[in-house]
Design a protein around this ligand. Sequence first.
Ligand SMILES: Cc1cc2nc3c(=O)[nH]c(=O)nc-3n(C[C@H](O)[C@H](O)[C@H](O)COP(=O)(O)OP(=O)(O)OC[C@H]3O[C@@H](n4cnc5c(N)ncnc54)[C@H](O)[C@@H]3O)c2cc1C
Length: 644
Amino acid sequence: MAFATISHAYAFARKAEVKRSAIELHDHYDYVIIGGGTSGLTIANRLTEDVSKTVLVVELGDFADEPCISMPKNFLNTLATNCSNHAFNVTSRPITDLNGLVVQKYTVGMAVGGSSAVNGMVFHRASKADYNAWEQLGNPGWGWDGLYRYFKKSTSFGPPSKESAKKYSYTWNAGAYGHGPIWATYPPFQWAATKILWDAWSDLNITGPVEHATGNMLGRYWVPASQHPINQTRSYARYGYYDPIKTRTNYHLLIGYKVEKLKLSSDYKTEGIIISERFHPDQRVTVKVIKEAILAAGAVHTPHILQLSGIGPKDILEAADIEVRVDLPGVGQNMQDHPQARVACNFTKDLWPNPDTLASNATYRDESQAEYEDHKTGPLTLSLGTSFTFLPLQTVYGNHQQFVSKLKAQSPATYLSPNISTSIIAGFAAQKKVLARLFAAQDSAAYETPISGVCSRSLVILKPLSRGSININITNPTGDPVLDLRTFSNPLDIEQAVSFIRYTRRYMNTPTLADLGPVETAPGADVVDEVELIKHVRATSAPTSFHACGTAAMMPRHLGGVVGSDLRVYGVRGLSVVDASIMPLIPATHLSATVYAVAEKVCDILSRLSSHLSRFRRHSRLMGHARLQILLSREYYENQAVFG
Ligand SMILES: Cc1cc2nc3c(=O)[nH]c(=O)nc-3n(C[C@H](O)[C@H](O)[C@H](O)COP(=O)(O)OP(=O)(O)OC[C@H]3O[C@@H](n4cnc5c(N)ncnc54)[C@H](O)[C@@H]3O)c2cc1C
């Protein structure tokens, strides 16, 4: 008996091994997921719960086991040094409105777990109003009420220790979380100045909710990290959604392979995917798809794969000599990210320890490392940051009504790329209306700044009006995509940035903050003139918070949408997009929690549709009735139309 159990387990484990060569694959799978990142691993986990479904995930990257991935503090190292092999570093086109800045490394994750393996671990949700905006753009079911249960389903809350909770006055409502794979917690460490930085907001009458994750997220408050509450390591798609279920025999994960493009039949069904080995790109293999190919390659690479497959803006595809299968102008357009304006300053009376201590004092760094290894406490447990202030425009900008009037008066095409399709212009017109409402209201944030123990401030523009794009390089289609961020191409974004600087100065001049003696070094407290501030914004702002999204937007097709609200690509059968590309409007948040929730929701949609179809198929077989077959296909398309 013991022998039987062991040999069974052995066979099981062998079958479930991760695949490193296409030779080990089946000829076909029910579902093929392109990209084993944040959304891809979420979907794969849920789909493989049904043992009758076979699922293949194809991921270009590898497992990321280094401490620079797992240790919370290592965010910046991840970008800079030995972990950079777990990221794509796409170079942008020069950004005209940022004085021609070229982003050399626009980072997105390339690992099992994707960007959730390299991100800053800020685990945050936007306000109800931000998600309701998605619904208002023609996506029934995608408002806050349609998403909240999936936010819960993807997360668990692990309370901090009693001592930490008391020491830092952490607050939370565990009811906003569920029993899901990704942990949210608070670390057992904060920098010394954080309390003063936090209290100074009260001088401006800014307080905050006990818990932000219930849809009311305005004010200043604690934000959990996606971090394990006991071992204080990164909690991400690989650890949460892959590792615990990797032995499922209906689940294959192929790593080190690139999905080059999709194979469509003459009647627009997704028949397969064409893959090649990362380091031997000339050896191509086709894997057949029975039910659905699911694009989860992220907002930079999903539109690239679609365009390489002949699905995208006709003019770009023709210029690149790619056969146009579906003219879908929205693919790769509508790109959004959160730019950051900056105010640099120093504390003349800084407290010890502070982030600079870690950077400059080798003894402190060594002690911190030992403390982390031995006790899982100390500064290395603190990720990018766990407290923030999020405010609506009307709190920050005295002139917000005038701002809204200017936005309404803008002709939608004026600041979009020249020669963009009319459907994209119509889509932006619809977005503008929704955004004008959000800017005028008090329940949606426009401004974000971290409270991270340092004086210098990043001021995040949460509702950018500029739109970028990601397209194939027409002279080298299979090379890196062309990333045109177009940051600040809409002058109202610069106006927001300037108003944010002016408001932040009020914060830096609060009586409470005076205890730390802040001195502004750039642009410098004496720079108050609008023209000078604009110059500063153009010279020093960052175009990204690494929050790429919107490039295969969920919107009606006549508004430049790429997927309907069932996340299926228009004009093709058996093809969905489930990653950050689908967000029609960037929400006022760090994106990962939303990406998990979206992916969880899609699984429900896919399962409902699949069981619907099986029911009809069963009936039609039983009755042998040709008319039912017709009904079956009509039902399928009507569903697409209803959702889309
Ligand atoms: C540096 C950085 C910091 C961030 N900080 C935060 C933060 O603090 N908090 C937060 O909430 N969010 C943050 N984000 C954003 C968030 O992590 C992402 O929006 C989210 O993880 C994106 O998930 P995704 O599924 O869309 O794509 P990803 O998770 O990026 O997954 C895409 C996967 O597809 C793979 N892939 C791409 N092309 C191919 C191909 N052709 N063939 C096979 N595989 C392919 C990639 O290797 C990758 O693994 C950050 C992102 C980055 C990059």
